[in-house]
Design a protein around this ligand. Structure first.
Ligand SMILES: *Cc1c(COP(=O)(O)O)cnc(C)c1O
Length: 402
């Protein structure tokens, strides 16, 4: 964590806890590193569903080619926050209204999930043109990954693509720019490269066999994030070098990637405090203000979420301060369910009531996937570290701080 961030974690008034802190200079540095590692013929889009916080979108805007959105809500939000950024609209189950909205908003690409969706699009087009990628559910072995999309309801089987080509023959406004294949999440660089290699070889052959001028392939996101080891950041340099080698064999192709988690996970922190320490049947528990209704990531991914303890030495109560020392402790939230666990049996030197705890890697699929209405606890406050290190307080979905 940057010193500016840890200073803020200490300085946050107690009433602001729990708090989400987004370190925007850290994010800017990270996305610059990613961009610099990628060859020119790779276009970087950010998958807004990972975290569409306005400060995050604005920070990324100058450094990514555009944004991938997966709903009409995301489309409108991204348009409002970063009006000039190119938008690729994907996602299963697009409604007629959403497709119309995407056309009206001038989305740069539409990622088509099925023949039915394509037919629907042709009825809405009028005399407009739109560039599409057909999303393919290619049956390749992706190995052991966090999430495999293949075999799910995403995109279409390769044999169904020809029907789409037929539909497009009678709808000249729909221009086939290429293919989209987001097949897995949680890949490390080398397995990602092997997958891209297979995808491009298959895609070029598919296009060649049909006399199609294939100009673009979007291979999705899914670059791995290791919550068990925060410093083990995805190897963007290796990915970039490997993509350069692969693209040399595909001289006419532009490759697109659209990562989400690996871009924003690291810039976010969920900061809170210990409300109580208990010992139950031999195990130590620290009950925190907040919980998985704010930070659902560990429950969703079934992991222990990484955290740092920020000791608070002041103790004004007239009784002994509850604490746990040199033993494993389970960090839980305020919900009345045994599933409200943020980290389980983690060896800790010392944790006391009133100490603060900062959960790292809370910048992606964290607040925005959380069931925050459950039990009606207050929302967290939101803070952005800007360039001068000064906190800019919450303008997003949370409780306002003045
Ligand atoms: C979710 C998603 C992404 C982003 O995945 P990450 O694992 O966050 O990188 C990209 N493309 C599509 C189509 C997605 O559904």
């Amino acid at each position: 964590m940057r010193p500016e961030a840890s200073d803020l974690f200490v300085a946050l008034p107690g009433d602001d806890l729990p708090a989400y802190v987004y370190d925007l200079p850290d994010l800017r540095e990270h996305v610059r590193t990613i961009r610099a590692a990628l060859p020119e013929r790779v276009e970087l889009l950010y998958a807004a569903k990972a975290n569409s916080d306005p400060g995050i979108l604005r920070t990324l805007a100058g450094h990514v080619h555009g944004f991938e959105v997966a709903s009409g809500g995301e489309l409108d939000h991204v348009r409002a926050i970063v009006p000039d950024a190119p938008i690729a609209f994907g996602g299963p189950g697009k409604t007629q209204r959403e497709l119309t909205r995407a056309l009206d908003a001038g989305a740069e690409r539409l990622h088509i999930e099925s023949e039915h969706e394509l037919r629907l699009l042709t009825t809405l087009l009028g005399d407009r043109t739109v560039e599409v990628l057909l999303r393919v559910n290619l049956p390749v072995d992706v190995g052991r990954v966090a999430l495999a999309m293949g075999g799910g309801p995403f995109g279409m089987d390769p044999v169904r693509l020809d029907r789409c080509l037929e539909v497009m023959e009678s709808a000249p406004g729909v221009r086939l720019r290429g293919l989209h294949l987001h097949l897995a999440s949680g890949l490390q660089a080398q397995s990602h490269l092997r997958l891209v290699d297979k995808i491009l070889a298959w895609a070029e052959k598919w296009a060649r066999d049909r006399g199609i001028d294939l100009r673009e392939v979007n291979v999705g996101g899914g670059m791995g994030v290791d919550y068990a080891s925060p410093p083990a950041v995805f190897d963007w340099a290796a990915l970039g070098a490997g993509l350069r080698r692969i693209l040399a064999r595909h001289p006419h192709l532009t490759l697109r990637i659209e990562p989400g988690r690996s871009v924003t996970a690291y810039c976010g922190w969920y900061v809170t405090e210990v409300l109580d320490i208990k010992f139950s049947r031999g195990h130590a528990f620290a009950v925190l203000r907040g919980g998985t209704h704010h930070l659902r990531t560990p429950a969703a991914k079934q992991h222990d979420h990484p955290f740092e303890v920020i000791p608070e030495d002041t103790w004004l109560r007239p009784w002994d301060r509850p604490e746990v020392r040199d033993e494993p402790v389970t960090l839980v939230g305020q919900l009345c369910t045994p599933k409200d666990v943020l980290a389980s049996r983690i060896m800790t030197e010392r944790l006391r009531v009133g100490d603060r705890v900062a959960f790292a890697m809370a910048g992606a699929y964290a607040w925005n996937i959380s069931h925050h209405a459950f039990l009606m606890h207050p929302h967290p406050t939101f803070h952005h570290l800007d360039d001068v290190g000064a906190p800019v307080t919450g303008d997003t979905c949370g409780r306002r701080t003045s």
